[in-house]
Design a protein around this ligand. Structure first.
Ligand SMILES: Nc1ncnc2c1ncn2[C@@H]1O[C@H](COP(=O)(O)OP(=O)(O)OP(=O)(O)O)[C@@H](O)[C@H]1O
Ligand SMILES: [Mg+2]
Length: 264
């Protein structure tokens, strides 16, 4: 089965879209085909891929319409640097799509249905979810095989993570997912080792998650270059190839590559 990774967190600005683009580009270096899907009405992932304002028929909204016939609106990203990443864009039209999902008989299963009826030949599909745990996140939960949870190294985000896990267990049970998508791990983000509070939270996190058998990945460091890179529509690996933060994604990337190899 195709590896489908949902990046989910109930905290705004925790690094979901950032993680999505950086993992996509890194996995593409192994010559695996990656499809990014922007499920967020804010369209941040789309922006981070260098596409500021898609037409409604170029977004995921078109996929979730009754008349969708398998023509996935995927566009290539960072074409000068890779042939392996494309994005299904997001944007404001997804607000209306979210309302329609609530009324649709198979609402929560609609994206999974589309992927079953019209399969993508990509090795990895990444769903970038909005922070509000509404219908657009449910379609990702139902369609994904794995979940990654970025968290800012702040006390409030750690508390929020407990609520996210409650949401996950409740909805997996309620939607009768078989098997439950596996939580690959939590990813501490925007970590500044010079801050004592960050060091303290980071050292406590793995223990808190271990009791639920959830791994904690190495932290992604704080760097304004992430903001600069994504503002230009590039991942840091293209914008600053030698930047030390590029290495921070390695353990997650090797995990994903192993999963893809296993599925192939
Ligand atoms: N490690 C980092 N260091 C510095 N800035 C970062 C880092 N990770 C992300 N950012 C910046 O923080 C902001 C929020 O990141 P991002 O958009 O990826 O979060 P998000 O979880 O997708 O947000 P939303 O909930 O709005 O979808 C962006 O401006 C991004 O460039
Ligand atoms: Mg986002």
């Amino acid at each position: 089965m195709q590896v489908r990774l949902a990046i989910i967190s109930n905290a705004g600005g925790s690094g979901k879209s950032t993680l999505a683009v950086h993992l996509a580009y890194a996995v593409a270096q192994y010559k695996y085909k990656v499809a990014l899907m922007d499920l967020d009405p804010q369209g941040t992932l789309t922006l981070f891929c260098g596409f500021p304002s898609p037409e409604p028929n170029e977004t995921l909204s078109a996929v979730l319409k009754e008349d969708f016939k398998g023509n996935w609106p995927l566009v290539s990203c960072w074409k000068d640097k890779t042939d392996y990443v494309s994005v299904c864009q997001g944007g404001m039209t997804l607000t209306q799509t979210a309302d329609e999902l609530v009324l649709h008989k198979r609402g929560a299963y609609l994206l999974e249905d589309c992927l079953l009826d019209y399969p993508l030949n990509h090795d990895l599909v990444i769903f970038d979810c909005p922070a509000t745990l509404g219908p657009l996140v449910l379609i990702a939960l139902t369609a994904c095989t794995h979940i990654l949870v970025p968290v800012q190294v702040e006390p409030k985000s750690i508390q929020g993570s407990a609520r996210l896990l409650e949401w996950y267990y409740f909805h997996c049970r309620y939607l009768r997912l078989q098997p439950y998508p596996e939580i690959l791990g939590f990813v501490p983000n925007q970590y500044d080792k010079k801050r004592a509070a960050h060091r303290q939270i980071l050292s406590a996190l793995p223990q808190q998650l271990e009791s639920m058998k959830i791994p904690t990945f190495d932290a992604v460091r704080e760097s304004t270059e992430f903001v600069n890179a994504s503002g230009m529509g590039f991942p840091l690996q293209i914008y600053r190839p030698a930047h030390p933060a590029n290495k921070d994604f390695r353990p997650i990337v090797s995990n994903l590559v192993n999963l893809i190899k296993k599925e192939n």
